[in-house]
Design a protein around this ligand. Structure first.
Ligand code: PBG
Length: 335
């Protein structure tokens, strides 16, 4: 006897019947993946009109502002709802305090103004954290060698407000300071920006899978130490639920779990417990693993790209940040 005994047993029951042909499989499918589920992270760079490939992320590029319109246009043409912008800041603009983060003329704000005037309906997600701007590579400011929580909040709130003023409609704080959702929400409200959405990186783990991203932004060489005093321990998942509860309480509209595939259990727990819009970030290292194997012909792209994304839908995600967004949307269109 098991929990399914009342549903009958073989030979009356044969589960293969519902798998027998394509139309039946489509009818009984429990989850669907569509282009509406995709968010495409894009790396932007300063300087003149060309693109640079990111060595550890085959197929991904850093684009200049000049190329950005064409680049983002691919997402618009395919019907991808939103892109997430990540700036590769020149080393000469980085300092200990991450001051470039609060410059309204910085790369991400300039990009946001340009994109919003060209594609008013494309969702723009802005990263809130100081690591693209600090010479030590940490997500907050350092005091006595430690990332100082409350002092970082002040800078992060300013960073959030200037991005929103530049046209970013959803702010995604990835810094993992305590209280940051509340600090951002208060600052946005005071600035009259009450409709800006907050997509919180609520459960962000101290993960090795971010390596290629740090190469893409040029922050890997800069990073002193690691981020384990603020990002979560991979051993924990009850703690992820507390993080999510706090962020929702402080005014987050959507929550995210990051990385994705190694943390599907966390996604499932979050969705089951809170029932709020839950997102996953299929991070750079996940992309590079799959893409590297595809490029070596060890995996078949026609099978694994959409399968890896469907896993997130099955776990309970509303959507996925993925570097495969364009390829996935093209595949979904072809059917
Ligand atoms: C930093 C940030 C990171 C990513 C998004 N925002 C890296 C980090 O925390 O060091 C990782 C994304 C990826 O690996 O694709 N605030």
């Amino acid at each position: 006897m098991n929990q399914f005994s009342s549903l009958g047993s073989y030979p009356a029951v044969r589960l293969r019947r519902n798998r027998a042909d394509d139309w039946t499989r489509r009818l009984v499918a429990e989850n669907t993946l569509s282009t509406d589920d995709l968010i495409w992270p894009i790396f932007i760079k300063e300087g003149p009109g060309h693109r640079e490939s990111v060595q550890s992320m085959p197929g991904q590029v850093r684009v200049s502002l000049k190329e950005l319109i064409d680049h983002a246009g691919r997402a618009v043409d395919l019907g991808i709802p939103a892109i997430a912008l990540f700036p590769a800041t020149s080393p000469e603009r980085k300092d200990g305090e991450g001051s470039e983060a609060t410059n309204p003329e910085n790369l991400i704000c300039t990009a946001a103004r340009l994109l919003k005037s060209t594609y008013p309906k494309l969702g723009l997600i802005g990263d809130v954290a100081l690591d693209p701007y600090t010479d030590h590579g940490h997500d907050g400011v350092l005091r006595n060698g430690l990332v100082a929580n409350d002092e970082s909040l002040v800078v992060l709130a300013q960073q959030a407000v200037i991005q929103a003023q530049a046209g970013i409609d959803t702010l995604a704080p990835s810094d993992m300071m305590d209280g940051r959702i509340g600090a951002l929400r208060t600052a946005l409200d005071l600035a009259g920006l009450t409709d800006i959405r907050l997509m919180s990186y609520a459960a962000k783990y101290a993960s090795g899978f971010y390596g290629p991203f740090r190469d893409a932004l040029g922050s890997s060489g800069a990073l002193k130490g690691d981020k384990r005093t603020y990002q979560m321990d991979p051993a924990n998942s009850d703690e992820a639920l507390r993080e999510v509860a706090l962020d929702l309480h402080e005014g987050a509209d959507m929550v995210m779990v990051k990385p994705g595939m190694p943390y599907l259990d966390v996604i499932h727990r979050v969705k089951t417990r809170f029932g709020v819009p839950t997102f996953a970030y299929q991070v750079s290292g996940e992309y590079s693993m799959i893409k590297g194997a595809i490029d070596n012909r060890w995996l078949d792209p026609d099978k694994v790209i959409l399968e890896s994304l469907m896993a997130f839908k099955r776990a309970g995600c509303s959507g996925i940040l993925t570097y495969f967004a364009i390829e996935a949307a093209e595949r979904l269109k072809r059917g």
